[in-house]
Design a protein around this ligand. Structure first.
Ligand code: 3PG
Length: 213
């Protein structure tokens, strides 16, 4: 159960987003995702309570890999590191955020959507980046174009990924995992319908294992 992040992503290449306005809900969402076989969880900094959500989730599931997403500033990077995040994700590329994670020895996945951003990330010493927004940013054809130039780079497409296109993204060998909010619909969270979240996690894992047996 204590496998590294990369081992976990190889087993289930999916990173669900957890957005909650209180820590009990964040823990309940994460519990439902883990019940669905997903052990790499991204708690996003999108509410006043997000840091509490992150800290509570890290504490509740020490066997999972709980990271932080929507980390916009170096200050936030330091806060999520203090809260116990195992990895850091950003929508865009910021040198200070990357540096804070690197200093702490944490994996960091900044978002890139152009060759210039990817080249900057590469020069910061990164070989794995988020591709955001993956759908609007050109989808699979864009990933293939970037991969042909930046050999050895791996991508985490996020933004517009769903059960309908997950298989297409995972069919690209350079894709380490896909991220997204489709596994944790706000309506299900609001209704306390955590069984739906487990079902969506199961469905995503089945799609992934069909592409990567
Ligand atoms: C992110 O933070 O990665 C995106 O908001 C996820 O995009 P999605 O909601 O389309 O999955």
């Amino acid at each position: 159960l204590n496998a590294s992040l990369n081992d976990r992503l190889a087993a289930a290449p999916i990173v669900p987003l957890v957005a909650a306005s209180d820590s009990e809900t964040a823990v309940a969402i994460t519990e439902a995702l883990i019940a669905g076989g997903l052990g790499v969880i991204e708690v996003v900094l999108r509410s006043e309570a997000a840091l509490d959500c992150l800290a509570a989730t890290v504490k509740a599931f020490p066997q999972a890999q709980v990271g932080a997403g929507t980390v916009l500033t170096p200050g936030q990077a330091r806060q999520v590191i203090d809260a116990g995040a195992r990895f850091i994700v950003s929508p865009g590329l910021h040198e200070g955020v990357v540096g804070a994670a690197q200093e702490a020895g944490l994996p960091v996945y900044p978002g890139i959507a152009t060759a210039t951003e990817l080249q900057t990330a590469w020069n910061l010493g990164l070989d794995t980046v988020k591709f955001f927004p993956a759908g609007l940013g050109g989808g699979v054809p864009m990933l293939k174009a970037l991969s042909s130039v930046f050999r050895g780079v791996r991508f985490m497409p996020t933004g517009g990924v769903s059960a309908a296109n997950l298989a297409d993204f995972l069919a690209v060998p350079q894709v380490i995992a896909c991220g997204g909010s489709w596994l944790t619909p706000a309506a299900a969270v609001a209704a306390g319908d955590f069984a739906t979240i487990t079902r969506l996690a199961d469905e995503a894992r089945a799609i992934a294992s069909a592409v990567r047996p």
